[in-house]
Design a protein around this ligand. Structure first.
Ligand code: UDP
Ligand code: MG
Length: 314
């Protein structure tokens, strides 16, 4: 029987045909250099380009396993699918676009082993992304720090190392719309962060247009806290208080200046009404977001469906 796998590298792939050859070329020597038994698990997250065909070729190599999902489930679900088939004691996640340099993996493992950490996160040093991409993630990092109470500096960087028990517990919680680095903080006790380099995307373009990005950030906030709904609640209380005060002012003015003055005020009231109706809709939207999640959980649909696992047949 083969030795137990010590290190698994889990990489989600969505339309990355331009990056896969360089990724494998750089990754394999680095992992071999560790002198540990390893496996590389690449998850095809419903790519529509040539990625899957390339991946199938790689699956002929001994230590490479390909997980083919039935459609695009998103980066985090794809990573979970990878977790479900990996067997390493230490599990590394990273992006396929080479923004996370594979050369940093040995240091990640070294820090984990020396400090016996459960999770080693990373902070992107000299981040090579556009301003529009960095600003929202700065905001999210701030909010995530507040709501999880874990003082991680960079939640978005996927180059991370997890110990087996943390990974197993993450697989067990059948959560939709999850955010792996945040979920890991629930299960990992000893957590640290190290600085790693960050590179430009090797090829292709980011799979996160603004809309998808906002969705992902909302996943992080809404899946891990009820902060948005509290915000609406307190906002609502404040608004109604102001509304009552304003109504009182109007009533007094009506008594003091008579009905003619009040008739002209009708439009003001309309304006106020619109503000409130708008707010109600906003509040309903947020509540709807939570109800949507309850619906998803109740349905218990699988987070992902694996079509096939490609590995060299022995
Ligand atoms: N990815 C995925 N499914 C998706 C979107 C992205 O598996 O629906 C993968 C993608 O192939 C890459 C990683 O997630 O390996 C990060 O994606 P990307 O580089 O587009 O994100 P960014 O670096 O802009 O945050
Ligand atoms: Mg990227």
């Amino acid at each position: 029987m083969a030795d137990k796998t010590q290190v698994s590298v889990v990489i989600p792939v969505y339309n990355e045909e331009a990056n896969l050859p360089a990724l494998i070329d750089r990754l394999i020597p680095v992992i071999r250099g560790l002198g540990k038994s390893f496996e590389i698990i690449l998850i095809d997250d419903g790519s529509s380009d040539n990625s899957l065909a390339l991946l199938k070729e790689y699956s002929q190599q001994e230590q490479i396993k390909i997980v083919e999902l039935t459609r695009n489930y998103g980066q985090h679900a794809a990573i979970l699918a990878g977790f479900s088939v990996c067997s390493g004691d230490i599990v590394i996640t990273m992006d396929a676009d080479l923004q996370n340099p594979p050369e940093e993996i040995p240091r990640l493992i070294q820090v984990m082993e020396e400090g016996s950490y459960d999770v080693v996160g990373t902070i992107r040093k000299g981040r090579r992304d556009s301003f529009l991409r960095i600003l929202p993630s700065k905001l999210v990092n701030m909010v995530a720090r507040k709501i999880t109470g874990v003082s991680m500096n960079d939640w978005g960087c996927m180059l991370r190392a997890y110990r087996r028990p943390v990974v197993e517990r993450m697989i067990e919680c059948h959560e939709h719309a999850t955010f792996i680095p945040a979920l890991a903080t629930v299960f990992g006790k000893r957590i640290t962060e190290i600085e790693v380099g960050h590179e430009e995307r090797h090829g292709g373009k980011s799979n996160y247009p603004l809309g998808k990005l906002i969705n992902l950030q909302f996943d992080l906030v809404a899946s891990f806290s009820d902060f948005p709904i509290k915000l609406i609640m307190y906002g609502g209380i404040l608004m109604s208080f102001l509304g009552v005060c304003f109504g009182a002012v109007l009533a007094i003015a009506r008594l003091a200046y008579g009905a003619i003055w009040a008739a002209e005020g009708v439009f003001t009231l309309f304006a106020i009404l619109f503000v409130f109706v708008g707010l109600q809709f906003f509040a309903l939207g947020v509540i709807g977001e939570y109800i949507g999640r309850i619906y998803l959980e109740v349905r218990k649909r699988p987070e992902y469906v694996i079509e096939h696992i490609h590995a060299k047949s022995s």
